[in-house]
Design a protein around this ligand. Structure first.
Ligand code: NAD
Ligand code: ZN
Length: 345
């Protein structure tokens, strides 16, 4: 089968690789019908997440089930499914507490051995282990493009917004208008804020934020913390969502909220440690939350919101390309020439 492979920093190649097959009773074999490139893939592309040459890429995908192992109870061949970007077992102590994102048996698609050795979704086929706890059925009449982001960036946007504790009438600041920031902007609106201020430097992305009801702030033209203060009578936003992953953007997310506010970080940190403003956090009674998205918790309700027409995540897709064009697609996405790219095998 064909698959996008990591070959080295800034080097992606579509190659012929062995088609995967089921080896354990809890697995499902999927024919991928659509894959996407995520900002997290860029961490591997830029060499921030170390991968071995030849490992398969892609963790945001939908497909049709070809075969299931005997222990899979919720799915059968022919079912169309969206897959979480990581697998969870559903029965460890932390899954039983609802923290699927902290599953003790977790593995992630598309990052090679380092993150659990699963296959990649930018490919023609992929095996999904722990299938019953890692996928959801796509409702009839819903397209692949509408469903695909439920497995990653839309869930992450919802996780970020829920953990920002947005109340009706609040002012929320979203730092970063990449795909994740745009999904967070979309989800934040479900909680009834008066205003969602969205910070980025890429004008085309800020335009989409504006279409989503956000107020754009171009950080290359204005100081974001000062602009946010300007919109809030000098006191700062009620809460902030960080959707970039740099220490500079986490810093903006902390500095832009008012006393008693909440900071919700979903960007994957680019550094293991950095300075943290402990006194400022105490002095302003701030709440700081961060983490990998609890995808399994949000997949079903998000599919229902899309089916009801209340969320339109597919509106951020800027480029539809073939899997064969993955090399060029990665270059374009990394250069921010594309907002979101989907790949058809
Ligand atoms: P992206 O790289 O396409 O978007 C990042 C955006 O941030 C870009 O538009 C960039 O211009 C902007 N930016 C850069 N520096 C900035 C700054 N200082 N202030 C404001 N904006 C700034 O990536 P994405 O797909 O949107 O993903 C964003 C982050 O979320 C990545 O770190 C990704 O790995 C992470 N992520 C986390 C989860 C999770 O489970 N927590 C899930 C998916 C993605
Ligand atoms: Zn991702």
């Amino acid at each position: 089968m064909k698959a996008a492979t990591f070959q080295g920093v800034h080097e992606v190649k579509v190659l012929e690789v062995p088609k995967p097959s089921i080896h354990s009773p809890d697995e499902a074999l999927l024919k991928v019908t659509l894959g996407a490139i995520c900002g997290s893939d860029l961490h591997a592309y830029h060499g921030r997440i170390p991968m071995v040459a030849g490992e398969l890429l892609g963790h945001e995908f939908v497909g049709v089930i070809q075969e299931v192992g005997p222990a899979v109870k919720r799915f059968k061949p022919g079912d169309r499914v969206v897959v979480s970007f990581y697998t969870a077992c559903g029965h460890c102590a932390l899954c039983r507490k609802g923290w699927f994102n902290e599953c003790l048996n977790m593995a992630t698609f598309g990052f090679g051995e380092l993150l659990g050795g699963l296959g990649g979704g930018q490919a023609e086929y992929v095996v999904v282990p722990l299938a019953d706890h890692s996928m959801e059925l796509i409702p009839e009449g819903m397209s692949d493009e509408q469903a695909i982001f439920v497995g990653d960036i839309l869930s992450t946007g919802m996780f970020a917004a829920e953990r920002a504790e947005i109340h009706p009438g609040d002012v929320v600041a979203v730092i970063g208008a990449g795909p994740v920031g745009l999904m967070a902007t979309m989800c934040a609106q479900l909680f009834g804020p008066a205003r969602v201020l969205v910070v980025d430097m890429v004008e085309s992305r800020l335009e989409i934020a504006q279409e989503l009801g956000g107020t754009p702030i171009n950080a290359s033209l204005a100081h974001p913390v000062e602009s946010i203060a300007g919109y809030t009578g000098g006191i700062g936003a009620d809460s902030s969502i960080e959707a970039v992953g740099l220490t500079a953007s986490v810093d903006t997310a902390i500095q832009c909220v008012r006393g008693g506010g909440t900071i919700s970080v979903v960007g994957v940190p680019s550094e293991f440690t950095a300075d943290f403003p402990y006194y400022h956090m105490w002095e302003k009674s701030l709440t700081f939350r961060s983490g990998r998205c609890n995808v399994q918790k949000y997949m079903r309700p998000l599919l229902d919101l899309i089916a009801a027409g209340r969320l339109k995540p597919d509106m951020i897709i800027s480029h539809r390309m073939k899997l064969d064009q993955a090399e060029e697609a990665y270059r374009m996405f990394a250069a921010r020439e594309a907002t979101k790219i989907v790949l058809t095998p």
